[in-house]
Design a protein around this ligand. Structure first.
Ligand code: BTN
Length: 322
């Protein structure tokens, strides 16, 4: 780790406190001028650092760049060894994760990007991913489950994200089957699970769970077509919370569920947070919207509906609207 990275780690771990140049130099066992140079480098990268002659340096509360150093202190003990890669820009974190998985990346590799230029959404749509406002992350997993359990991974990821949001912000969110997360009437999180299956044994080779969180409203206006649909957790970044903190908790909570799908207790939480159960919905199939009632969630994460002919069926994938 370079002096600059070590310094960033200390500043991230002590956000609220000024740290003197002298103390930093002795902790990192370098000269005061090496500290000054590293601070300058961090500022050039976009970190907002307050400095006063008497007190020293601290990250300003509004400074919110995603980094390995900012995320790692918040990862649980179990996840300290995971492979975490943070990029300034990528086409799509899912695409990068898939490439790395094909090259042999180990389970629990996490790819994060400050922005995505071709963020992938469900149904071939694009996921709007501007810089400085969202969390765009993909997890590579090599789970020991059959390919037909894909929907469980997806529902599990949705519950993990809701838990993480509740834990670090206190905010209650709702899930629209399969895995869109809403705050009020606006979508604030999208999840795209992609998998490569071994045809011989029907098991997953690997799975990519891609999660896009609208943390705060972007600085530039939303594209017209998203204006009435998309929201964010916050209008402005709250002083005491960073995207790094929430990203770490999402990793912790999603892995807790998705690493052991034999425990399906999370489905009870999924049901409590569902915004469709008991409601009339529309199901998109055969190029048309059919009216149905959402009745329950199956033990495999499927949506149990009563269709317009009164027949009960379970959907394991697809698109619904309320
Ligand atoms: C959807 O709502 O349609 C799913 C959106 C999923 C977006 C995330 S952002 C991180 C990851 N990388 C991608 O390219 N897509 C997912």
């Amino acid at each position: 780790m370079s002096t600059k990275q070590k310094l960033l780690k200390i500043l991230e771990e002590n956000r609220a406190t000024y740290l003197s140049g002298e103390m930093l130099a002795s902790t990192l066992n370098v000269s005061r001028s090496a500290i000054w140079k590293a601070i300058k480098g961090l500022k050039e990268e976009g970190y907002e650092i307050a400095s006063t002659t008497n007190k020293g340096y601290r990250l300003k509360s509004e400074s919110d760049l995603m980094s390995v150093e900012g995320i790692t202190p918040w990862l649980s003990q179990n996840n300290q060894a995971l492979e975490l890669l943070v990029y300034k820009t990528l086409g799509s974190t899912n695409q990068e994760a898939k490439k790395l998985a094909l090259e042999g990346a180990k389970t629990k590799t996490v790819i994060i990007s400050e922005e995505q230029t071709k963020g992938r959404g469900r149904m071939g749509r694009l996921f709007y991913s501007p810089p400085k406002s969202g969390i765009y992350l993909s997890l590579v997993l090599r789970p020991d489950v059959a390919a037909q359990d894909a929907v469980l991974l997806t529902t599990g990821a949705a519950v993990g994200v809701c838990r993480a949001i509740k834990k670090v912000t206190g905010i209650d969110t709702q899930i629209k089957w399969v895995n869109d997360i809403y705050l009020g009437e606006r979508k604030i999180v999208g999840i795209l699970t992609e998998a490569v299956t071994n045809f011989e044994n029907g098991q997953f080779e690997f799975v990519i769970i891609g999660i896009g969180v609208n943390f705060k409203m972007p600085e530039t206006a939303l594209p017209k077509e998203l204006e009435d649909i998309v929201g964010a957790l916050f209008v402005e970044k709250p002083d005491a919370l960073t995207r790094n903190r929430l990203a770490a908790e999402i990793i912790n909570e999603v892995l807790k569920i998705c690493e052991d799908l034999t425990n399906r207790d999370f489905l009870a939480e999924y049901k409590t947070q569902s915004m469709v159960l008991g409601k009339q919905i529309k199901v998109f199939r055969n190029n048309d919207w059919e009216v149905a009632t959402a009745i329950d969630i199956s033990n495999d994460g499927g949506l149990i509906i009563k269709n317009n002919k009164g027949i009960i069926e379970t959907l394991s994938s697809g698109e619904i609207s309320i």
